[in-house]
Design a protein around this ligand. Structure first.
Ligand code: FAD
Length: 556
């Protein structure tokens, strides 16, 4: 058994930032991949902060709350926006090479923002930030267990006691005893077929917390990014529109004029994604289902200086140079607004268990996240989670070695049973059917009939999962086994999203019900909470914290 004061699961921006904040304690990071392979590395467009003299954190907060369709907890948004400049400048001092204009950190316009507030490092902001953060982790001697998959959260008498991990490289199963545990396990995009997320983004961390007895919050709010490359769904950053890109339908009409007359292409993501999908559904898209993103008019120099990554992606994956031709784009799953129910201290209902970054629901994004706010959330709430876990751990002792040993035995038995099966269904047929039904029935436009059909399909997939069969019996990098283990969690997450969406009879932010197209504050200005039970999720609700801005109609 391994013992540390604080265990952090996740080596992305949130997890590493938490580790740095807790570094005076005995802290260790567990990650299923090398930290630099975490999805944070692929963030493109930038990170928000009211850095400029004539910008204000209150305006940033207002944009965020309005963007969230008033579902964000405003006390948490206050923390996010007030501390944002300090966190971005800290990253700069630690070594992130932000792009610059007149010697100052450059900032570009982003969707739903009333001011050009998104600081960037070309269009590879996540790459630069994560490398800086990892350098800091190395410099401070943070212990990292790479290629360990955490499969179980151990809770004893309402207190978190540690986790169980499976060593992907060797097949070893071990307990990690800790006084406090932080999950920073990222998003769940890969339960959809069309997604901008890395293949590792299965949401398994959220599922482990859920099975461990922690509620998942607002999971029905799934962000679809308006512009993903047609064919592969690789992200084409909002920064491309921030730099002046136009969206055009097959009639060469700049159709956003009809959907958002003031903000056009820079309306929030839920609005632009629905607009593009409507153009496609009503026959004004191109054959196959896409519209064009035109950058030619912003010029070769701007494209090469500010969007070099996007240009390279378009050349490599679509054989198109955006200096000469438009990029074909369509909406795709992009971000998980929901997650592990946590408050603005990153604490949860389980003592000693914290969550931060994309896997958490603090909630600062509510029903729709503004681009650039997520990188900010990772570095800011990562720090808060690390500090609070450290303070908590100081006051506690290790208490539950027996609970950890039991959990290790449970996981070992479960994995042996899976590997000893002689026949059954391969994980990938179940996984592919999950992704197809999520795309088709639980996507941008939803209604009761489709959600009910999806819910039935998910029950069927869950029962088929009970006879999943793993052919590879090896212990070294048995990726088939890892996929099968994670699939159970993906089915849990799909079910929670689907049932939350079915129950919520209104449209708000990213959750659009064609049978209930209006927002309904009277009945639905509240957060959804899903608790695990063996018979499926139990759904409850909790109020939204409103401190600064009363809900108003959301127009752009
Ligand atoms: C293509 C793309 C571009 C983006 N661009 C932007 C942008 O420009 N601006 C912005 O604000 N946001 C952007 N986002 C969103 C933002 O990048 C992410 O929300 C953020 O980086 C998530 O960071 P994180 O630390 O929470 O999780 P991640 O970086 O996803 O890290 C998760 C970590 O958890 C580990 N892990 C997960 N489960 C387990 C387990 N069971 N056991 C062990 N380890 C586990 C993984 O190994 C990984 O280290 C973008 C997202 C994508 C997909």
């Amino acid at each position: 058994m391994f013992r540390h004061d604080i265990i952090i699961v996740g080596g992305g921006l949130a997890g590493l930032r938490a580790a740095l904040a807790a570094k005076s304690a005995d802290v260790a990071v567990i990650s299923k991949v090398h930290p630099l392979r975490s999805h944070s590395v692929s963030a493109q467009g930038g990170i928000n902060a009211a850095l400029a003299k004539n910008d204000r954190w209150e305006d940033h907060a207002f944009d965020t709350i309005k963007g969230s369709d008033y579902l964000a907890d405003q006390d948490a948004v206050e923390v996010l926006c007030r501390e944002a400049p300090e966190r971005v400048i800290e990253m700069e001092h630690w070594g992130t090479l932000f792009s610059r204009v007149d010697g100052r950190i450059a900032q570009r316009p982003f969707g739903g923002a009333g001011y050009p507030r998104t600081a960037y490092a070309e269009d590879r902001t996540g790459h630069h930030l994560l490398h800086t953060m990892y350098e800091q982790a190395l410099k401070n001697g943070i212990k990292v267990y790479s290629e360990w998959l955490v499969t179980r959260l151990v809770v004893d008498n309402g207190r978190c006691a540690g986790v169980v991990g499976y060593n992907i490289a060797s097949g070893e199963i071990a307990g990690f005893q800790a006084k406090a545990v932080i999950f920073a396990t990222g998003g769940y995009g890969r339960i959809y077929k069309r997604s901008t997320n890395s293949v590792i983004n299965t949401g398994f961390g959220c599922a482990v917390a859920y099975r461990g007895g922690v509620a998942l919050e607002d999971m029905e709010f799934v962000q679809f990014h308006p512009t993903t490359l047609y064919g592969t769904n690789i992200l084409i950053t909002e920064g491309a529109r921030g730099e002046g890109g136009f969206l055009m339908n097959r009639n060469r009409e700049r159709f956003m004029q009809r959907y958002s007359p003031h903000m056009l292409e820079l309306a929030p993501r839920d609005i632009v994604a629905r607009a593009i999908q409507t153009e496609i559904n009503e026959g004004r898209g191109f054959e196959g289902g896409f519209v064009n993103l035109e950058l030619m008019h912003i010029g070769e120099r701007n494209i090469k200086e500010r969007l070099p990554g996007i240009r390279q992606i378009a050349i490599d994956f679509a054989n198109i140079d955006p200096i000469e031709k438009p990029i074909p784009v369509q909406p795709g799953q992009h971000y998980s607004m929901g997650g592990i129910a946590s408050d603005k201290t990153c604490g949860t209902a389980v003592q000693g268990f914290y969550a931060c970054g994309e896997c958490s629901c603090v909630s600062v994004h509510g029903a729709n996240r503004l681009g650039g706010n997520s990188l900010l959330e990772t570095v800011l709430f990562g720090k808060i989670a690390g500090e609070n876990a450290k303070d908590y751990a100081k006051t506690k002792d290790f208490e539950a070695p027996a609970a950890i040993e039991n959990a290790v035995k449970g996981e070992s038995d479960m994995i042996s049973e899976l590997l000893n099966r002689k026949e059954g269904e391969a994980f990938y047929t179940i996984r592919d059917e999950l992704r197809a039904v999520m795309d088709e029935n639980v996507g941008i436009f939803r209604d009761e009939q489709n959600l009910k059909a999806a819910s039935e399909k998910l029950s069927e997939l869950k029962s088929r999962f009970r006879s999943v069969y793993v052919r590879n019996k090896g212990t070294v990098f048995n990726q088939e086994l890892v996929n099968a283990l994670e699939l159970e969690g993906m089915l849990d997450i799909g079910q929670v999203i689907c049932l939350g969406a079915l129950a919520r009879r209104e449209s708000r932010g990213s959750h659009y019900r064609t049978d209930y197209p209006a927002r309904d504050d009277k009945n639905w200005l509240r957060h959804t909470l899903a608790m695990f039970t063996p018979d499926g999720p139990q759904i409850e609700y909790k109020p939204v914290n409103i401190t600064m801005y009363q809900p108003k109609a959301r127009e752009y």
